[in-house]
Write a protein that binds this ligand. Structure first.
Ligand code: ADP
Ligand code: MG
Length: 222
């Protein structure tokens, strides 16, 4: 069920949701950063969505690799290389899967790989008010869900990421541009954690759409 169509849908929905929240992300980054996060991410995800329509992809790994390369070359700032690395590692994890469909266990591997990539690249740990807080809370929630239905894994990840992003409001920034503000960063959401929660919400929505699609096909067959 979580096949190449899901992977494409994930990135297309990410582009839509990031675009809808562009101004909000700009504003969040204006308060504790330099205000470019919404613009940078929107540019990157629009390029990903456009590219997905122009080329053909046969596996989730190919889709993630394309997304990674496009985000790396279009987003810039701190978040471009970090999200690019996340999708590059997701692609690697998906390449290791010997099936066109990703299982719940594969989904956990992908989440783990993405988080590890972000942490290796940015050297941040949870609690430092970065996108790591969204991705790590997503992984913990997805693991705790202990589901065999991959759709449920992504739903748990999305819910965890939203909580992780919300929790950044109370944190003092220790990494990235917001760390220059020190204690003054407390009381404000981290833009990168918020956008990562949107990206993971898109993954869950795409999984739900894939599941609904499959249910319709089963009904058609009867
Ligand atoms: P810049 O700070 O270069 O303007 P963006 O505005 O695009 O980059 O992205 C800022 C976001 O990047 C932050 O909100 C934070 O979530 C994330 N970020 C910055 N540095 C790190 C890091 N070292 N590790 C993880 N995430 C980071
Ligand atoms: Mg910025």
């Amino acid at each position: 069920m979580l096949d190449v169509k899901w992977a494409k849908e994930w990135l297309q929905l990410s582009a839509k949701i990031i675009n809808e929240h562009r101004d909000e992300l700009i504003e969040l980054d204006r308060v504790i950063g330099d205000g470019d996060h919404g613009e940078n991410l929107d540019r990157g995800f629009q390029a990903v969505a456009a590219g997905l329509m122009d080329s053909t992809f046969s596996t989730p790994a190919e889709v993630f690799k394309f997304a990674a390369q496009t985000l790396l070359s279009t987003v810039g700032g701190a978040s471009g290389p970090l999200l690019g690395t996340a999708f590059l590692r997701a692609a690697k994890a998906a390449t290791a899967v010997d099936s066109p469909q990703l299982s719940a266990a594969d989904s956990l591997q992908i989440l783990q790989a993405a988080l590890t990539g972000i942490q290796e690249r940015g050297k941040a740990v949870p609690g430092e008010k970065t996108m790591v807080d969204a991705w790590s809370a997503a992984l913990v929630a997805a693991q705790a869900a202990a589901q065999i239905d991959p759709c449920k894994i992504w739903e748990a990840a999305a819910a965890g990421a939203a909580k992780g992003a919300a929790a950044t409001a109370d944190m003092c920034a220790r990494k990235g541009r917001a760390s220059y503000l020190g204690e003054r960063s407390i009381g404000h959401l981290d833009p990168g954690a918020v956008s990562s929660a949107y990206i993971l919400a898109a993954a869950a929505q795409a999984a739900q759409a894939a599941q609904a699609d499959q249910a319709n096909h089963v009904e058609d067959a009867h």
